[in-house]
Design a protein around this ligand. Sequence first.
Ligand code: SF4
Ligand code: SF4
Length: 404
Amino acid sequence: MSHSDIDEGRRKFLKKSIAGMVVLPAVLNTSLKAEKPKTTSSKFIYRTLGKTGMKLPVVSMGVMNADNPNLVKAALDAGIVHLDTAHGYQRGRNEEMIGQVIKDRGRDSFVLATKVPADFQDDKTGLFTEKTKPESFIEKFEISLKRLGLEYVDILYLHDVVKKEAAMFEPLLTALINLKKAGKTRFIGVSTHRNEPEVIQAVADSKIYDVVLTAYNFRQPHLIEMHKAMEYAAKAGVGIIAMKTQAGVFWDRERQHQINMKAALKWVLANENVHTTIPGFTTFDQMNLDLSVMEDLKLTPEEESELTLGDDMGMNGLYCSQCGQCEAQCHKSLDIPSIMRSYMYAYGYNNFTAAKEIMQSLSSDGKFCNDCHACPVKCSFGFDVKSRVMDIARIQNVPSEFLT
Ligand code: SF4
Ligand code: SF4
């Protein structure tokens, strides 16, 4: 593909995207620097992260979408203790940025969690394969430690676990146990955003893992199973951390209708089996909003009613529950849940880099729905799956340097 083709592809993508959605990092940083952080409050609510014994404020920081070190500094200065990142975020720049922020801080003053994926995970079954080796997992983790400038992290997660067999995959489990014994991580866990109840239960039954990081929000259709699994795990002493708490942030692709973030976070924290949360705030205003939740968790009737706003207005949101009901219906067996996650990262989180990485990681011919006439897929959330797939598939042609 020539540069002019790439430029044309990018031009078309940007034209059809919402104005201002694809933003150069420099622009983002400039707009954030002007704002002032809030001061620390002694009224923050703390919970104990299961058997780790760590007492953490109920709001932590998911750093995934943030590229401004001043925001991370402000979060720590304001009383947030726990930072969550991953080996792959911003192709390592996220861990490097955090490394710069924490280098002059006392090691006991923050709790750092990172997630490392294993290679050769079957994207249809979620299982690891005989090609999955612990060596490459350990190698990636060592790179993460270097980027962070740390001798050890507080929590190391096996990233993106979707099956109990994957959580219990012996070579990786042994690697995690050995890393903990070697003092490279204080605690070990898994992260999960698909088939979460099964994974949470497996974590509890393992009696090996300390923590689980799970998707959890008011939009999930399988809340009965989630609540049961979380209660079971909490009773077993597993520390439970919630992500995807804002359920995609917006009700619509055009970002005209934002989900009430404070209400969504309070809804999550109403479940006392959730020990802390990692909302991915990217501005000082959002940070202050999330911090304010820590002073009063009570969900008001008005806030509660706002959580049904999208349904009332006939909007089905950006969050895909990853239920997988669509996959068997697709002629090409596309990994639709992952594609929908990419869609949410792009339009909900404004994180086009992560969205593109997901699309590139899929085993596909790159045509997705282009050569498919009629789409039989019925989504349980009512998404027009074909149009969302075709929309986000265009991101493959946008040069990475133009994406946030
Ligand atoms: S249009 Fe796309 S989602 Fe629908 S069946 Fe074809 S490939 Fe699958
Ligand atoms: S696209 Fe719809 S059916 Fe498919 S996993 Fe997401 S919510 Fe379920």
